[in-house]
Design a protein around this ligand. Sequence first.
Ligand code: PMV
Length: 321
Amino acid sequence: MRARASAPGKVILLGEHFVVKGKRALAIAISLRSVVDVEYAGSGGIVIESRGLNARATIDPGNLEASDSRFSIFSAVLKALRDMGYSIVPHRAKIHGDLPIGAGLGSSAATSAAYALAYTAMHGDPLAREDLNKASYMAEVVAHGRPSGIDNTVSVYGGFIIYRRGEGWRRLEGLSLPKGYYLMIVDTGIERPTREAVMRVLRRAERAGQAASLIYEAADSLVDLAVNALASGDMRLLGEVMDLNQGLLYAMGVSLGEIEEILFRARSLGALGAKITGAGLGGSVIVLASEDSLDRLASGFRGHRHWIASPSSEGARLEDY
Ligand code: PMV
């Protein structure tokens, strides 16, 4: 008995931070995926092997605790599955795929969604999307404390997702980047302090009063502009919208000299637009680029980890094994 499943990572195209105070964010599932193989292990225990972490851990079948805290998302998934009525049997899971860990691309949500799907498929009873989203959310709570739920939703359903706190999410059907356009993701190499970034923005918003309200309104209306740009294939406009959103994030205090330097370089190498994705103060940036500037950008960012991605309409799915 064995099964393989995969799930995509995400980028926030627009609206990070502004989403914390009720504005909309637009997130996209990307073509980089976490892949999980699960195999029944007879009388053995539960062993999880992660290629990205270059480590393995065991999970105690009694209390479902992991021997290594970096593997706590797997315990959280198993606890959620047990609560949904699945029996937890000895198995070995291998995590691989091309989605990097720790780059702000939602690897914990993608991995937990793929793990939950592969494990339940091994039982012959693969979870439907709604329950898969619940199981992956439980793992996000363990990984991130108070997650908005956007990462697991994008990983499970794929595509373009608009999220608003309190209202939840809505999938936008039929959107994509036109042929020949890509998102390049560049890791600043600086670990992003999400909590500190969120606090900084909230404090500034408090002090700036009405001026901050206008900035938040502006950020929210950029989501409409971006959806129009995507629907009409106007990539020049989409790039401008990304730059505008970056200006607002800069205004709220979550950029850095190093980030601005990367964004400036990207634009001078032909990018149509470039911005922070996620919390800022480090982490990754996203760059909208056409095919003809990709080589130039790739050599311009030789010193940084970087990836080329496309939007993916495919959420979590079973794979041949
Ligand atoms: O860097 P990430 O992918 O963890 O994103 C953080 C997004 C914020 O809007 C800054 C915070 C949040 O909870 O929405």
